[in-house]
Design a protein. Structure first.
Length: 280
């Protein structure tokens, strides 16, 4: 059954202690959902929980520390959610890393880091939680965070990032009909520029994926990036996501400034697509 009201629903949000994830958590909590913040960073978790406590919402918010690339840990957390809440109702696969650098300098460590979090984290969330969402019979909703980078041709520094986000966009589109048959909705969030901590990728890269990386200098530059004055507040994105869940909409697009580039990409593909009556 689609989600029509957030009261009494349990939402599990990866990367939920800062940025877009925290914005979604705040909005869903304000609309009546129980929130489980799942995050890699204990410092971010502590800061997020303090915000909810200050808003008088501490009873409706819990947190777990998790690396979304670790399947064994995911299995433990899924069992915990089943035990404590009877399973979750809303899964927000939001955790991601901003990986960028010269593609010809990238090593396997850079591919494994970028795709391991941005694609593997989504896969692990689905594999860990979808069975219990189907089994409890309450229906539910899954939101996967991709990016507008998945919809356009990006500069070469974003090859790994955009490739991972494109995979998330595609799997979300292709799973939607199957999940609908189980009473579960699916949306894909494609944000543009939003105030977040995604530039802190270097702090979240595990030690074994530092060896062989060709992007140490690029990650240092990324870490110094400042938010633009016109970047969206995370809570604005949170409202968009909450509305999309209630309406069971597939696409959640936050910005329109890439429309021309989206159209140009589509036009280029269509220009090279044979007409149905052309025989080879």
């Amino acid at each position: 059954m689609p989600i029509t009201d957030f009261h009494g629903k349990t939402a599990f949000i990866t990367g939920g202690a800062s940025g877009i994830g925290l914005g979604i958590a705040k909005v869903l909590a304000a609309r009546g959902a129980r929130i489980v913040i799942a995050d890699l960073r204990p410092d971010h978790i502590a800061a997020a929980l303090a915000q909810f406590s200050g808003a008088g919402q501490s009873n409706s918010v819990a947190a777990v520390e998790i690396d979304v690339t670790q399947r064994a840990r995911y299995a433990e957390v899924a069992e915990q959610m089943q035990r404590e809440y009877g399973g979750i109702d809303i899964l927000i696969n939001n955790a991601g890393v901003g990986c960028e650098g010269p593609i010809l300098a990238a090593g396997y460590a850079d591919w494994d880091f970028g795709l391991g979090v941005n694609v593997g984290g989504v896969v692990n969330g689905i594999q860990s939680f979808l069975p219990q969402m189907i089994a409890h019979g309450r229906g539910g909703h899954i939101v996967n965070t991709a990016s507008l980078a998945a919809c356009i041709v990006m500069p070469e520094a974003y090859v790994i990032y955009a490739a991972g986000k494109a995979a998330v966009l595609n799997l979300s589109e292709n799973m939607r009909v199957t999940l609908a048959d189980k009473g579960i909705g699916m949306s894909v969030l494609c944000p543009g520029f939003v105030k977040s901590n995604i530039h802190e990728a270097a702090q979240n890269r595990p030690a074994h994926l530092r060896e062989g990386s060709g992007w140490a200098a690029s990650e240092q530059t990324l870490s110094e990036r400042q938010h633009g004055d016109n970047w969206l507040e995370p809570e604005v994105v949170g409202d968009m996501v909450a509305d999309a869940i209630l309406a069971n909409e597939l696409y959640v697009i936050t910005h329109g400034e890439f429309t021309d580039r989206m159209n140009a990409r589509h036009a280029a593909m269509m220009a090279r697509t044979p007409h149905a009556d052309v025989q080879y």
